[in-house]
Ligand binder design. Structure first.
Ligand code: TMP
Ligand code: ASP
Length: 235
């Protein structure tokens, strides 16, 4: 598979075209941002860790029948993906209260949401990714009701699969963010699933192993991400 010109550069990844029109290569950078890129850093080794963790999780979800854009891991920092038209809606699902919901609504951290809480955010850095409801999605023609239903269903299914998978590996899946794309008229899971986009807590110690380490200066980010990967392999 030949890597061709750059298609798009995001905050943590670069997408490249390939010699096949329906496939792209994602290259995972070492850049970390938080709070709409107000906080920025380059953290050596983050790209490799996220590419490895995301490949692992996408492979698992593919095996379980979840439609995703992931084809295969190509190298330390690269994965091969189906090209999709990204829907500019971020879907967040929460099992336990943490992060913005604690700050915004005053819900105490660790409050359990049963059933899990699904939220939609507009993917727009200039507007600071505001929270939106389904009606906004339709008013702005971002997705159809059928597509929203598919995104919600896939998100709930991914949550059940990943929650069990993480539990077996000694990790509490607190919350995560998904993005979806259209391919051949169907909705498939896109973007990445990694400690950049999920909250992972150590089930024994409660230690935060995800990007909150960078957001709130809780400790070395690489050390946390490495612990996540080691847990996948060991426990
Ligand atoms: P939040 O509590 O800050 O709203 O984050 C909820 C989840 O979504 C958390 O696992 C981190 C993830 N997330 C992203 O992947 N990208 C983002 O831009 C934000 C704000 C959160
Ligand atoms: N997407 C956010 C940013 O760019 C990062 C985050 O909080 O996850 O700054």
């Amino acid at each position: 598979m030949e890597r061709k010109e750059k298609l798009y550069e995001g905050k943590a990844k670069i997408l490249y075209l390939t010699d096949e029109p329906d496939k792209v290569i994602a290259y995972y950078k070492d850049d970390a941002t938080a709070f709409d890129a107000i906080k920025k850093a380059t953290i050596k080794g983050k790209g490799e860790l996220n590419n490895t963790i995301a490949s692992y999780l996408f492979e698992y979800l593919n095996e379980k029948g979840i439609p995703t854009h992931f084809i295969k891991k190509l190298s330390d920092r690269e994965m091969l993906l189906y090209k999709v038209e990204i829907i500019p809606v971020e879907v967040v699902i929460r099992n336990l209260a943490a992060g913005s919901i604690v700050k915004r609504l005053g819900i105490p951290e660790k409050t359990e949401f049963n059933p899990p809480l699904v939220e939609f955010y507009l993917k727009n850095d200039e507007l600071h990714d505001p929270i939106i409801c389904e009606q906004h999605i339709y008013a702005m023609n971002l997705a159809t009701p059928d597509e929203v239903q598919q995104m919600r269903e896939i998100t709930l299914n991914v949550n059940e699969l990943l929650k069990d998978f993480m539990k077996e590996n000694g990790i509490i899946l607190v919350d995560f963010k998904l993005e979806f794309g259209r391919k051949d008229g169907k909705i498939i899971l896109a973007d990445e699933i990694s400690p950049d986009t999920c909250r992972f807590w150590d089930a024994k110690t409660g230690e935060k192993l995800d990007k909150d380490r960078f957001r709130f200066d809780l400790g070395d980010l690489i050390e946390g991400y490495k612990k996540v990967l080691e847990k996948f392999k060991k426990e």
